[in-house]
Design a protein around this ligand. Structure first.
Ligand code: AMP
Ligand code: ZN
Ligand code: FE
Ligand code: FE
Length: 279
């Protein structure tokens, strides 16, 4: 099994990079990509942990862009995780995440449903390179007894239109795609069936988009077939993975079940060797 979409404690996953590699191995995964939100802080530890097992770790990332006020997740693979421009960009992304979590916490306090935000922000300190976000706030709301579970916390406090929703600031998907290419990577539009910007895909291709994530747990079999067909019609590559966030995250059951078929992975590897150039 090949799984190109996994999160660790470097962002909102619940498994450390070491635990993630163990869990993936137990689920029969031979090649995995660590794709944390706006950070590559988990990749090295995962690779080190995989060294003794027969597991290959692909350097990956899931960057949050903004289009028409909505989040658009762009995956990047085979990036140079020491590229100074990319690292500076990711630092700015994480700084905005801290700003947003701080504002969300202030709104929650004003609404009479305070959370302990200090441990979340401590995790965001640059030395640790962690990306914070609403899932950690949701967990704190549950811990404080203000919500019964993560999804309740989102529904009542954190989703657009709810009292503690704070707008994100960020780059356009085109800018993010370009940054991934300049760091030597292959870009893929994450879970397009969930993001709902199919009308933009050709524009994103003009900006250099290489792939779409056809295989994802939130896709129906029809979604997967539609994106695979779209990819072949437009000359895009296909990626896929479980979007695993660790045990108890509510997003754990696709591990070992949803992944990228081997032939599609081979084609991705070829593209990588040709420098991510689409033509
Ligand atoms: P953030 O990066 O802070 O905007 O948080 C976004 C993350 O929260 C996404 O990766 C989603 O997986 C997760 N998320 C968004 N909406 C919900 C929801 N209604 N229930 C649970 N998780 C959610
Ligand atoms: Zn996540
Ligand atoms: Fe995502
Ligand atoms: Fe994800």
């Amino acid at each position: 099994m090949i799984d190109l979409h996994l999160h660790t404690t470097a962002s909102d996953g619940r498994s450390t990079p070491e635990a993630l590699v163990r869990e993936a191995a137990a689920a029969g995964i031979a090649i995995l990509a660590v794709t944390d939100h706006d950070t590559v802080a988990g990749v090295r530890a995962a690779r080190a942990a995989a060294a003794t097992l027969a597991i290959e770790v692909v350097t990956g990332i899931e960057i949050t862009a903004v289009h028409d006020g909505r989040d658009v997740h762009v995956l990047g693979y085979f990036i140079d995780d020491e590229d100074p421009d990319l690292l500076a960009f990711l630092r700015a992304q994480r700084a905005d995440r801290e700003r947003r979590v701080t504002e969300i916490a202030a709104r929650l306090a004003a609404a009479g449903t305070p959370i302990d935000v200090a441990p979340i922000l401590a995790g965001a300190r640059e030395s640790r390179g962690r990306a914070v976000g609403r899932p950690q706030v949701a967990a704190a709301l549950v811990a404080a007894g203000h919500a019964v579970d993560i999804s309740d916390a989102f529904d009542r406090f954190l989703s657009p239109g709810r009292p503690a929703f704070v707008e994100r600031r960020g780059s356009s998907p085109s800018d993010v795609i370009d940054r991934i290419a300049r760091a030597g990577g292959v870009s893929s539009l994450a879970h397009p069936g969930k993001t709902g910007i199919d009308d933009e895909i050709q524009t994103l291709m003009a900006s250099g988009l290489h792939a779409v994530e056809a295989f994802h747990p939130d896709h129906t079999p029809e979604d997967t077939a539609r994106y695979a067909e779209l990819a072949s019609r437009f000359g895009l590559l296909v990626t896929g993975g479980s979007d695993y966030h660790g045990p108890g995250s509510g997003r754990s059951d696709a591990l070992g079940r949803i992944g990228l078929p081997e032939p599609a992975y081979r084609i991705l590897i070829e593209r990588r060797s040709s420098g991510g150039d689409r033509s």
